[in-house]
Design a protein around this ligand. Structure first.
Ligand code: ATP
Ligand code: MG
Length: 328
């Protein structure tokens, strides 16, 4: 029995990563790998829920793996693997799909939001069921903790329900995983403090954006509508730029706050200073990404190694599952 607790978390390879992914999840993955056994899943099957065109899926998976390495995930400590390459995910998904009702899945607020945001007209069977596949992703590795952003908490709850149901019916195999949130579990996007930064909303700063792009994007960020001219007093608590200062410019944040409130600091300066700090944060990540981009063989070797380690753990769990279920 492993005494070290297990972390399981993943992302869909659907495009470039942004600051929300970094502060909501990735920074936590990096910090937690010192203390826990981390597994990180490239959720390529999950990518199909919102786009059945799989022609870019391999390249997107590799690009995301490079981003993960660039932010500091250590491939020796934290196996990284593609869900599609470990067949046990689909097997456990099928078993779990008998342990949850259709009504429960239809109540899931996260899928409802996604369907609304992406203007999906009719939801597929696979899409409505994706929290069940996610439960299989987590429980196959017996994840104790799931470091995710706030939007994913309802899914972890579904995973807990499935684990309880399975354990009660067949025997205690699975832990009941808990979400692990960061201080910025819902980073706002550039279009307003109440909106989550999200690829589909087009309100992102990408980890791969150039310094010029970042300055330009920040210039367009929505601020307090009551602060029109430089000397107007502002309300930092409702301003997304101030949230970014709190995260990326901690030492200057108190000064920014009082300058904004008194009117001494204008939005143009405030945004420029904020962009500069974000650029500084992303610079070493960009350098590391460039390092791996020129070493494709090293990257595929890291993936192969991660998949070997993940498969071993997944096979072990499925053996236990079949055993307690008297299957085979
Ligand atoms: P997006 O939500 O940007 O369209 P996606 O749906 O492909 O992208 P997710 O799988 O939702 O990506 O996100 C991966 C992880 O990053 C999840 O843990 C999620 O909670 C976290 N995350 C995404 N956006 C944010 C954000 N704005 N703030 C905090 N965490 C976030
Ligand atoms: Mg999302």
């Amino acid at each position: 029995m492993a005494t070290q607790k297990t972390i399981l978390s993943g992302m869909r390879p659907t495009g470039k990563l942004h600051l929300g992914h970094l502060v909501g999840a990735l920074e936590n993955w990096v910090a937690l790998q010192e203390q826990y056994q981390n597994f990180h899943l490239i959720a390529d099957y999950h990518a199909l829920t919102t786009n059945i065109d799989s022609s870019d899926i391999y390249q997107n998976s590799i690009d995301m793996l490079i981003d993960w390495l660039a932010v500091g995930i250590d491939p020796v400590k934290s196996p990284m693997f593609r869900q599609s390459q470990i067949k046990e995910h689909t097997e456990l998904h099928l078993i779990f799909s008998m342990l949850i009702t259709q009504a429960r899945l239809e109540r899931n607020p996260a899928v409802k939001d996604q369907v609304r945001d992406l203007n999906i007209e009719s939801v597929t069977y696979g899409h409505i069921g994706y929290p069940v596949l996610q439960a299989a992703d987590i429980l196959l590795y017996k994840g104790d903790f799931v470091p995710v952003g706030e939007d994913q908490v309802p899914h972890v709850e579904i995973t807990r329900e499935i684990a309880r149901k399975f354990n009660a019916q067949y025997g205690a195999v699975f832990p009941e995983p808990e979400p692990k949130l960061t201080k910025f579990a819902r980073l706002p996007g550039l279009d307003g403090a109440d909106k989550k930064m999200s690829k589909s909303a087009g309100n992102t700063i990408l980890l791969s954006d150039s310094p010029e792009d970042i300055q330009k994007k920040m210039k367009g960020a929505v601020t307090d509508p009551q602060k029109i001219r430089r000397n107007d007093p502002g309300r930092p608590e409702i301003c997304l730029v101030y949230t970014y200062h709190l995260k990326f410019n901690t030492t200057e944040a108190p000064e920014i706050e009082s300058g904004c409130r008194s009117g001494a600091l204008g939005c143009v300066d405030c945004k420029r200073r904020c962009a500069t700090r974000i650029i500084e944060t992303l610079a070493p990540i960009g350098e590391k990404r460039a390092f791996y981009e020129t070493r494709p063989n090293e990257v595929t070797a890291i993936l192969a190694d991660g998949e070997t380690k993940a498969r071993a753990r997944a096979e072990e769990t499925m053996k236990e599952v079949r055993n307690v279920m008297k299957l085979g």
